[in-house]
Design a protein around this ligand. Structure first.
Ligand SMILES: Cc1cc2nc3c(=O)[nH]c(=O)nc-3n(C[C@H](O)[C@H](O)[C@H](O)COP(=O)(O)OP(=O)(O)OC[C@H]3O[C@@H](n4cnc5c(N)ncnc54)[C@H](O)[C@@H]3O)c2cc1C
Ligand SMILES: Cc1cc2nc3c(=O)[nH]c(=O)nc-3n(C[C@H](O)[C@H](O)[C@H](O)COP(=O)(O)O)c2cc1C
Ligand code: SF4
Length: 512
């Protein structure tokens, strides 16, 4: 492991190696530690044992290697006895996203390609290779000999067999949210996966799988992440499943998430759920809002996964035409105005700010634009463009929250910093510790803690003021004595929590 800023890498990089003996100073001295480890390992394991060395191809922090040094190091590693070179991207300390959902698929493969020209041993491309097509394209372009995947195997342990047998559509795709893998690790918990809660919990789930069941007719009301993952789990257990969805599409709020720059991969989850339900013979009825629970009388059990509705903040003036709830603003893919105030700085507030910042444009599939946006230049030392200046937002954006705590506290542990950095460097104004007084044609009036009033001028005001569970059918189901269970956002509205919604959906299927 010679990358990401771990021990071996700390010897290689001048930013951390301050030694004055033969292990520090010149580049030759700094790579000596790594080379000695490889030589000693080769000597012990013999010539047929595979040694894979992860070399940092881009440091993305000050005081890293030049592109020439990376190639020189690669050649020395080859001579020392390495069998395969894997590529590492960025130190953990790098202030540039390297694996988050905003990183386009296979974004760093072109950098790995340079290594391939320098050595004869096989080279591995890495990071955000989450679809078979991305891996295939890298291999076809000759950018690497192999591709590696970490999180995609948490999302779907059958990735390889599905890809090999032409069943790509059935792959449960990693959406690079980090919410259940790295975020949990950094909270001292076991890694799992948002889209596959069984990952790394196989033993515990085995006990759930063994709960006996008899075939039932199940109705699922609401086709968001909770309802759809529940439908799959019920079908896998041999039940009859009918999914009712009031809109014309599957996926619930994930359809809004896909509109956020950096989250377009969320559509892959919807593709997976749809494919799987159809394959397992589930019935999907779109454009059908359940209003009368008598429709559900013939089902043995109803799963109420009807999600959430935006919370009404009751700010005087919010009925004015330049005020929008976040769902309407996104669903209608509105064009940002000149001055936009966003009320509420939770996960959705930050996402909406990102949407406004990028004016709804995505570069999710464009590695060149991504690198340009973050100041990555693989031809420069450390992979950093020394002249880089982040683009300022063409829209004047103010993100507001009532709480006086730091902004973005509710965001993911390993991704929150990216969102905060994005806002800061683009000039988004963040105003906290305030009350909302009223909205007028000029904008939003706020009251500061010291009672000072201020007008935040805005030609668009977006309400991201939380959500309420939409479970009005539950009382009707109880009154009609129809067995039912409420799951996901309908059970507990907590903004961005597809992790819980999906787990809820699967758990109920394995307990009935
Ligand atoms: C912009 C945005 C970004 C997000 N990003 C993330 C993220 O990165 N990570 C994360 O964990 N979460 C994220 N979320 C939140 C995530 O989408 C929700 O936690 C999740 O969708 C909740 O799933 P659910 O199935 O409970 O509800 P929903 O997704 O709300 O689905 C409920 C479904 O029920 C349908 N419905 C309602 N009533 C009826 C009825 N009577 N009859 C038939 N159908 C009905 C609705 O039309 C809807 O399709 C984001 C949300 C938004 C808006
Ligand atoms: C739970 C988890 C643990 C990881 N641990 C390591 C590690 O110990 N060493 C390492 O080099 N990379 C580690 N990584 C990073 C992966 O090797 C990989 O570089 C990264 O996840 C990006 O690739 P992916 O998009 O295929 O996940 C870890 C990733 C995850 C999700
Ligand atoms: S939790 Fe998110 S990032 Fe981690 S493996 Fe699952 S889908 Fe991928």
């Amino acid at each position: 492991m010679g990358s990401e800023g771990y021990l071996v890498h700390q010897f290689v990089a001048a930013r951390t190696n301050k030694r004055t003996d033969e292990w520090g100073g010149s580049f030759e001295n700094r790579i000596r530690f790594a080379l000695e480890i490889v030589r000693a390992t080769r000597e012990k394991v013999g010539k047929n044992f595979i040694i894979i060395f992860r070399i940092s191809v881009l440091d993305l922090v000050e005081g890293g290697s030049t592109p020439e040094e990376v190639l020189q190091f690669a050649r020395e590693l080859e001579k020392a006895g390495v069998t395969i070179l894997n590529s590492g991207i960025g130190w953990h300390e790098a202030r540039i996203p390297t694996i988050g959902s905003m990183v386009p698929g296979g974004a760093f493969a072109t950098v790995t390609a340079n290594l391939r020209k320098a050595v004869k041993i096989p080279i591995v491309a890495t990071n955000r290779i989450n679809l078979p097509e991305i891996g295939e394209a890298i291999l076809e372009r000759g950018e690497a000999d192999l591709v590696s995947m970490a999180r995609p195997f948490l999302a779907d342990p059958h990735f390889v067999s599905k890809a090999a047998s032409g069943r790509q559509q059935e792959i449960n795709t990693c959406i690079a949210c980090n919410q259940a893998c790295l975020d949990q690790i950094f909270q001292g918990k076991r890694a799992s996966c948002l889209v596959n809660p069984q990952a790394c919990e196989e033993k515990e789930w085995q006990d759930k799988f063994s709960v006996p069941t008899t075939k039932k007719k199940i109705a699922i009301v609401g086709a968001g992440p909770a309802g759809l993952s529940s439908a799959i789990a019920f079908l896998e257990r041999g039940h009859d499943v009918t999914v009712f969805e009031k809109s014309t599409v599957l996926g619930g709020q994930f359809n809004l998430a896909t509109l956020i720059p950096g989250k377009s991969d969320y559509k892959e989850s919807i593709r997976y759920w749809k494919t799987r339900i159809e394959l397992l013979g589930g019935q999907i009825i779109l454009n059908h809002a359940i209003q009368d629970v008598n429709e559900l009388k013939n089902f043995d059990h109803v799963i109420l996964s009807s999600g959430v509705t935006p919370r009404d903040p009751k700010i005087p003036g919010q009925e004015l035409p330049h005020v929008f709830a976040y769902d309407k603003y996104l669903r209608e893919q509105m064009k940002p105005g000149k001055k936009v105030a966003i009320i509420g700085a939770g996960g959705i507030g930050f996402d909406v700010a990102t949407y406004v910042l990028f004016a709804g444009k995505h570069f999710d599939d464009n590695a060149v634009e991504f690198m340009h946006h973050w100041g990555i230049d693989p031809t420069k030392k450390s992979g950093l463009d020394p002249t880089f200046k982040a683009a300022r937002s063409p829209t004047e954006i103010t993100l507001l929250q009532r709480s006086d705590r730091a902004f973005g506290k509710t965001l993911g542990k390993t991704t929150g910093w990216v969102h905060r950095a994005e806002m800061k460097r683009s000039g988004v104004k963040m105003v906290g510790g305030i009350q909302y007084e009223k909205i007028t044609a000029e904008g939003l009036w706020i009251i500061h803690a010291d009672q000072r009033k201020e007008l935040i001028e805005a030609d668009q005001i977006i309400l991201c003021t939380g959500q309420l569970s939409e479970n009005s059918l539950a009382t009707k189901l109880t009154a009609a004595s129809i067995p039912h269970t409420v799951i996901g956002g309908a059970k507990l509205a907590s903004e961005i929590d597809a992790k819980r919604a999906i787990r809820d959906g699967i758990e109920i299927a394995f307990s009935l």
